[in-house]
Design a protein around this ligand. Structure first.
Ligand code: NCD
Length: 309
């Protein structure tokens, strides 16, 4: 198992199966310890910086909540406009500056590779909270953890990933963790938004069972888990193309009940129109429990990186 002390978290592909199991076990332990108290003091006195150059609700707030519940403190900004980026400061200089304040850096930035660039100049460990259409490894971990919690296991699961698989960083990171389990992956996307061919062929060469189809109904019939995603509007150069594709897939309660009543429905959120709100009341609609799981996974990661657990 990899010792995470002092490590950056940049890419879903950096973990072994043992790492994944260990992080999830630590998350379970922290969840149990928080049953009878609001916070712990594992990271008392430490400071997390959250540098969000792109919009975020869950990722930033759950990193911050996780640090507070570990007893530490938080500094940061939530838009590029409110930081010196707006005055022309480079990412490297922003990171060198924050490195003087914080013990850990969680960041989100529109550029693919930005977290890796930040990690190359920072002394503090960097946690990638999303680099453009690249990676989103902490989301992949909390998604995996949610599958395990909702279904009892990850092995022998058919996972359907649906939506913008070209631009979605959560699915790019997700496949790198699911590949360590005996999962069947079914990718559902319109032609223009398919999972990049190099990812599909690499997964197949690594022995992962991958199918592709444009039909959500066909895939849903085989799904244990359905992971819906948003069409990533901000990655489109052509707004008209986004308008054409935004309604590609809409999951309704009627579809779930007719085709696959037992399916576990996940979504990294925010949803725009991919899941109608009447799905929310189903006991197997797990996307808000998924949000809560993010706090425990991020607590586990930060405690492990600081060598406190
Ligand atoms: C996702 C993201 O930002 O990549 N959201 C999240 O982190 N929970 C998904 C999205 O924005 O569609």
């Amino acid at each position: 198992m990899t010792d995470l002390k002092g490590k950056d978290i940049l890419d879903g592909a950096q973990f072994t199966r043992d790492d994944l199991e260990h992080i999830m076990a630590v998350a379970d332990d922290l969840r149990a310890r928080l049953q009878d108290r609001p916070s712990l003091d594992l990271l008392k006195g430490y400071v997390l910086a959250t540098l969000f150059f792109e919009p975020s609700t869950r990722t930033r707030l759950s990193f911050e909540t996780a640090m507070h519940r570990l007893g530490g403190g938080v500094v940061g900004f939530s838009s590029a406009e409110s930081s010196s980026t707006a005055k022309g400061e480079t990412l490297a200089d922003t990171i060198r500056t924050v490195d003087q304040y914080a013990d850990l850096i969680a960041m989100r930035h529109p550029q693919i590779g930005s977290a890796t660039e930040a990690a190359s100049v920072a002394k503090a460990p960097v946690l990638n909270g999303g680099d453009g259409a690249g990676q989103h490894p902490t989301q992949a971990l909390l998604d995996l953890y949610t599958v395990k919690h909702e279904r009892g296991q990850v092995d022998d699961t058919t996972l359907v990933l649906c939506g913008d698989l070209k631009n979605g960083r959560t699915v790019h990171a997700g496949v790198e963790v699911y590949k360590h389990y005996k999962c069947r992956l079914i990718f559902v996307a319109p032609d223009q938004l398919k999972m990049p061919a190099e990812i599909v062929s690499r997964l197949r060469s690594q022995g992962v069972a991958v199918e592709e189809t444009p039909s959500l109904e066909k895939a849903l019939a085989k799904a244990d888990v359905l992971y819906m995603t948003r069409i990533q509007k901000e990655r489109f150069a052509d707004v008209a193309e986004y308008e054409r594709l935004k309604g590609s897939y809409v999951l309704t309660r009627e579809m779930v009940e007719r085709i696959r009543p037992g399916v576990t429905v996940l979504h990294p959120l925010p949803r725009v129109n991919e899941i109608t709100t009447d799905v929310d009341g189903l006991s197997n609609a797990a996307y808000f429990r998924q949000v809560g799981n993010g706090v425990f996974i991020r607590m586990a990661l930060m405690a492990l990186i600081m060598g406190k657990i």
